[in-house]
Design a protein around this ligand. Structure first.
Ligand SMILES: Nc1ncnc2c1ncn2[C@@H]1O[C@H](COP(=O)(O)OP(=O)(O)OP(=O)(O)O)[C@@H](O)[C@H]1O
Ligand SMILES: [Mg+2]
Length: 351
């Protein structure tokens, strides 16, 4: 079996400049893998590249879009302010803290948007697979998941995400996840353009939806960075008592980093959603007031607050959204109100 060699070795062997091969690899004209900060290539691909000339793309990589930076013409971010208004609003539901209501918000905001007639795709991007399970799928039984799509993309540079899309009884679609998504951490670490994989996976289906909501895991890392590159916006669900904690600073710093690094210069914050609010306790009332005062000017705190209710755990156990489980209850009304706020929101946050 043919072995990968470094670009330097290839340059020596084939008597060409390493820079020429490196640039071709970066631009997708020469199939290569990035290992740390080194490019690795198969000698046969170098031969093919040199034989066919710089201008032609290699066969194996032909379907890979030219590496687009967010903001460049044609990139998802460009489409946000450009003419492709039919593209989905892609919102990552994220905060690096466990159990704050990310999955509950993804499923119920999604269901409320679907109820309002929007075309909605939910993406489970958390190896815990809670979103997948809460919609009644058993992750281990699924042949096609976000992980299999990602794996296929890493070897073929083509998105086959449509294979993984499942219809749900809630009028929205789901890309499910299983525990195998854990493997993606290591696999993405050595992948070409590792931060852009989810964006590229979603690109072919983005026109089919009005909203794509990405449920994320509670730790910052390559998976969350992928979600924050693919997304145009981020929505932060949080219990009021955690507002003044490091989790909020961390996610706000991460948003700044995404913008400054150029990974996603236009990333906006849709808002902070206060969840599991217990309006009877003083600590909550103080925290809500604090949040509005502290973030109010720069960062939206949604008017809608979701109160603590046992109905959420019940609806999840029944594999239903709160909209189906108790359509006329206070919890369903809260997520409907949130959906209205999200639909009406013009993203202006500069936080
Ligand atoms: N408003 C609420 N009232 C009461 N319980 C809630 C509410 N929202 C969510 N929960 C419950 O809290 C638990 C955690 O919620 P959820 O799974 O949505 O959090 P998460 O942020 O996705 O967690 P993780 O970080 O592990 O992914 C679940 O059992 C859920 O049913
Ligand atoms: Mg979750």
């Amino acid at each position: 079996m043919e072995e990968l060699i470094s670009i330097q070795e290839a340059a020596r062997e084939f008597g060409v400049k390493a820079d020429r091969l490196r640039r071709a690899a970066w631009e997708g004209r020469l199939e290569a893998r990035q290992v740390g900060n080194m490019w690795m290539v198969l000698p046969s691909r170098v031969t093919q590249f040199l034989r066919e000339g710089d201008k032609r793309r290699t066969k194996g990589i032909s379907a890979m879009p030219t590496p687009l930076r967010p903001g460049e013409p044609g990139s998802a971010v460009e489409a946000q302010g450009g003419s492709k208004t039919e593209m989905a609003r892609i919102i990552a539901i994220a905060v690096p803290k466990g159990g704050t209501g990310k999955t509950t918000t993804t499923v119920n905001l999604g269901a409320a948007l679907a109820e309002a007639g929007k075309r909605v795709l939910l993406v489970d991007f958390d190896p815990q697979g809670n979103l997948t399970q809460s919609l009644g799928f058993r992750p281990a039984d699924l042949e096609h998941t976000i992980y299999s799509s990602l794996k296929y993309f890493l070897t073929r540079f083509e998105s086959q995400i449509e294979l993984a899309i499942q219809k749900t009884d809630e009028g929205m679609d789901l890309v499910p996840a299983s525990a195998r998504l854990n493997l993606a951490n290591d696999e993405l670490a050595i992948a070409i353009q590792r931060e852009f994989v989810l964006e590229k996976l979603l690109a072919p289906v983005a026109n089919n939806y009005d909203y794509i909501l990405i449920d994320t895991l509670p730790y910052l890392g390559v998976l969350v960075v992928n979600a924050l590159v693919a997304a145009k916006e981020i929505l932060i669900p949080l219990q009021a008592e955690y507002l003044a904690t490091e989790s909020v600073s961390l996610i706000l710093e991460q948003v700044q980093l995404m913008r400054r690094s150029g990974l996603n210069p236009q990333l906006s914050i849709t808002g902070i959603l206060l969840t599991m609010v217990d309006s009877r306790t003083i600590i909550n009332r103080e925290a809500v007031e604090y949040a509005r005062k502290f973030f109010g000017k720069d960062l939206k705190v949604f008017d809608t607050m979701v109160k603590r209710s046992v109905r959420f755990a019940e609806s999840q156990a029944n594999h239903l959204s709160i909209m189906q489980y108790e359509p006329n209850g206070e919890s369903a009304r809260a997520y409907r109100a949130l959906a209205k706020e999200v639909m009406a929101s013009h993203v202006t946050s500069k936080a």
